[in-house]
Design a protein around this ligand. Structure first.
Ligand code: SF4
Length: 336
């Protein structure tokens, strides 16, 4: 546990200013994310150092397809989330609260950085599994020393965060995958219990900071698969973030509080075709063996740059810096 950053005191409690929920939290209660509690007028980050899972993952699993392809990265998460998506695939940890804390072991930032530093072939540290921003204090305490040790820091997030804490994260993060869950305010309100515009603001801020950014959209049948609305968001992505932003279209399966049937494969391939008219790096994920949306071809000359088979990755078409061997276009960030 640690005193939280980003809050102020008010007459009726403390006001958390980490995310747009802006919870006013009475003494003894916790905020909407269930892991930041008002204890006697101080906001406490209760999950500081409390790790729910930690292991090396292929970077493609985040998913990041254009950032050090084929690398392994030490990935960790805790409990809690500031959104409450009806279909959350990780609801057992994301929707859990501090009642479950005794089940988690404590790890110090030094321990985690040391482990990441001494693991053979490890690229860095990925904050993932639940929503990482809800333990921002722990992330910041790790990411600074990790950077000093030459490790990369990756954040896999819903992007629902206010500008001031986001700016602190931008200083120490190398790459983001942001979950763009839907394309309308209505979808966000009904399915995630949050709002769309702060997420778009986050994307703009990450792009302006020049950091590596990929997007994931979980496509849910009947809820966010309308081709006209999808076209609108593609236009926004291309015009605002750039056509070369990697976009991952992920297949939904019924879980938690949603029992709609799984996304039909033809829906994913249809949206993939639509996006590919404008964007060169569009992928299909969580859909088993799938020819379409799997490999990476150079946006300029079409050379096969990265070949993927499950989480096996080969990089036949790029040099050590991530440039196309045929035409010299930058396709991915890689070790030099
Ligand atoms: S981070 Fe948690 S406590 Fe803070 S405003 Fe968001 S939901 Fe509320």
């Amino acid at each position: 546990m640690k005193e939280a950053l980003f809050y102020t005191r008010e007459a009726q409690g403390v006001r958390c200013s980490l995310c747009p929920q802006a919870c006013l939290i009475a003494d003894g209660s916790s905020g909407n994310c269930r892991v930041r509690r008002n204890t006697g007028g101080r906001l406490i980050a209760e999950t500081y150092g409390r790790v729910s899972s930690m292991h090396p993952d292929p970077i493609e699993k985040k998913p990041l397809y254009h950032f050090h392809p084929g690398s392994s990265i030490l990935s960790l998460g805790t409990l809690g989330c500031n959104l409450h998506c009806r279909y959350c695939q990780n609801h057992s940890i994301s929707q859990a609260g501090t009642d479950d804390l005794p089940l988690l072991s404590y790890r110090s930032p030094d321990e985690i950085v040391n482990q990441a530093r001494t693991m053979e072939g490890n690229l860095g540290i990925a904050f993932t599994y639940n929503e990482p921003t809800v333990w921002i204090e722990f992330m910041l305490d790790i990411a600074g020393p990790a950077k000093g040790a030459g490790l990369k820091t990756i954040v896999v997030s819903n992007g629902y965060i206010l500008p001031e804490p986001l700016d602190r994260m931008l200083e120490v993060t190398d790459a983001f995958n942001i979950d763009l869950k839907g394309f309308t305010g209505d979808f966000y309100r009904k399915v995630t219990f949050a709002s769309l515009s702060p997420v778009l603001d986050t994307l703009v801020r990450i792009r302006s900071a020049g950091l590596h950014l990929e997007l994931t959209c979980l496509i849910v049948p009947g809820l966010n698969d309308n081709p006209d609305i999808f076209r609108d968001i593609l236009t926004w992505i291309c015009d605002t973030l750039g056509e070369d932003t990697p976009l991952h279209l992920s297949r939904y399966f019924p879980t938690y509080r949603m029992n709609l049937p799984p996304t039909p494969l033809h829906t994913l391939t249809g949206l993939h075709s639509l996006a590919s008219e404008r964007m060169p790096y569009v992928y299909i994920g969580n859909a088993g063996y799938q020819e379409k949306g799997r490999d990476t071809h150079c946006a300029r000359c079409g050379t096969l740059a990265i070949r993927r088979e499950g989480y096996q990755t080969e990089v036949p078409g790029l040099d050590a810096g991530g440039f196309c061997l045929n035409c010299g276009t930058r396709v991915a960030e890689r070790h030099k």
